[in-house]
Design a protein. Sequence first.
Length: 193
Amino acid sequence: MIQASGHAIVGARRKAVRTVLAAGSCRASLNEIAQRLGNLGYLVVLSDSACQALELVSARGFDLVLVDALSETGAMHMLSEIRGARDTADLPVIVLSERDCAVEAFAAGADDWLAKPAAFDILAARIERTLARAGRIEELKRSNLALDARIAARAIELGEAQAELAAARADRIRLLGAISQLSDEIASRRNAA
């Protein structure tokens, strides 16, 4: 908080609320995760099935998807659908599972995997780390888009410069032709006189 002229001014940069979709078949587990993440400032949306979760992912933007206790096939299907869609290909996904399916989860595109029961502090730290990495990736994408725009603008400028150069060369050739013609006329008049 900043003081100015005796009035308190709240900083203009407020931390954006990050949204998490928690998908799983155990509502009690999802509710506990949602409550604890909510206490950390996350907005959590719950889903009871992979199908419903995929509909939610396509309907609105989430910062992260947490897959908790879905069947292995449901979780892997969800991951392949998320990774297969252009809009969600880079959406961070963390999988929680009671059985060791880490290799399958990573092969399907999970950003992280935790064995259940996982300590909430570890889950929260991994969510933060995953979101931070996703933020850096988004920043790189924006930088790449800006660079692509600059390259396109330079290409247009180069095309315009090449067109101007071609026009100048055509003018030069035309002027050299006119000078040559005038020289020939002057030479023929001198010879005739």
